[in-house]
Design a protein around this ligand. Structure first.
Ligand code: NAI
Length: 302
């Protein structure tokens, strides 16, 4: 088994002052990476700012003999995103690895979700992924190497009551990964998606204490290290991870039904009568990109 080693690699971890990001940062550093520990240091709902969480993690890494530098920028702004990459380039000359991890929550049912709740959550998770990834992607492209993680959530993949803003944003990062996997391919930039489950301040009031104790962020981080390794060939893969469980999620398509159109468009009643067949998911297919799915239309055209 070849060892996963990040000696000589430079990694940016956003939201690394606490929770999952902190553990990611420490484990990358333990395996030789020089780490940019980004954290705005705000509250769970995104209010305020403090340098203390990022500084503490940098101290922890240095105490373990690793190399790290702190950055306190807000991932949700273009300026912040640019500055995070600049911190890596100024300190260590490049960016090889980017883990988009920073996150906030403003859980409310849909009708109670005010515009400010919608915007704040989408700005950190979705726009933040754009603001931070774009400048890093540019450096990775110039160097012909990159490993990117976008952090989604089961809420984004499957849905969760009371999290319309968060689920929409977390679904959005899957869409971003679907494109980055294609646009990064020729420059050896691989983008994968993590759907974690871990005990952090984001989940402390949701889970009962016995469950919470079994959900260490340490059980999630190993798959992030693998996905960011030179050995990993995957791109565009969504991995669920938590409690030692690892699995892949994917958007799947069934075999579908072809209705005759020689005499005009099908009637909605024909759709209704075939609904069970149209929606039957017993046999499903996975497409690596939309053109592969459009290939099905080619076969109909003949
Ligand atoms: P956490 O609250 O412990 O850590 C998030 C960190 O991000 C905090 O230190 C916070 O200061 C930082 N942050 C927030 N907004 C920021 C901004 N605008 N700029 C820079 N830093 C900012 O949360 P946790 O649980 O470690 O979450 C990490 C990621 O994993 C998040 O994206 C979250 O949505 C995702 N996630 C977590 C799950 C879990 O079970 N803990 C489940 C599914 C997804």
């Amino acid at each position: 088994m070849s060892k996963i080693d990040f000696t000589g690699r430079v990694a940016i971890i956003t939201g690394a002052g606490a929770g999952l990001g902190r553990v990611h940062a420490i484990e990358f550093a333990k395996r030789g990476a020089k780490v940019v520990v980004n954290d705005l240091g705000g509250s769970r709902d995104g209010a305020g700012a403090s340098a203390s969480p990022a500084d503490k993690v940098v101290e922890e890494i240095k105490a373990l003999g690793g190399e790290a530098v702190a950055n306190y920028d807000n991932v949700a702004t273009m300026e912040g995103g640019e500055n995070i990459t600049k911190t890596a380039v100024d300190a260590y000359g490049k960016v090889d690895i980017l883990v988009n991890n920073a996150g906030i929550l403003r859980d409310k049912t849909f009708l109670k979700t005010e515009e400010s709740d919608w915007d704040a959550v989408c700005q950190v998770h979705l726009k933040g992924a754009y603001c931070v990834t774009r400048p890093a992607f540019k450096v990775m492209k110039e160097n012909g190497y990159g490993r990117i993680i976008l952090t989604t959530s089961g809420a984004g993949i499957f849905g969760n009551f009371g999290q319309s803003n968060y689920s929409a944003a977390k679904s959005g990062v899957v869409g971003l990964a679907n494109v980055l996997k294609l646009e990064g391919a020729k420059n050896n930039i691989k983008t994968n998606v993590l759907a974690p489950v871990a005990a952090t301040r984001l989940t402390e009031d949701i889970l009962p204490p016995p469950v919470f104790e079994k959900m260490k962020p340490e059980y999630v981080t190993p798959v992030v290290l693998y996905l960011c390794s030179e050995q990993c060939e995957d791109s565009g893969t969504i991995i669920n991870a938590g409690l030692g469980y690892f699995s892949k999620s994917a958007m799947m398509t069934n075999n579908g039904v072809i209705l005759p159109v020689a005499d005009g468009a099908p009637q909605p009643e024909e759709i209704m009568s075939k609904w069970d067949e149209i929606t039957n998911m017993e046999s499903t297919k996975f497409y690596k990109e939309v053109n592969a799915m459009l290939g099905e239309f080619q076969s109909i055209l003949g």
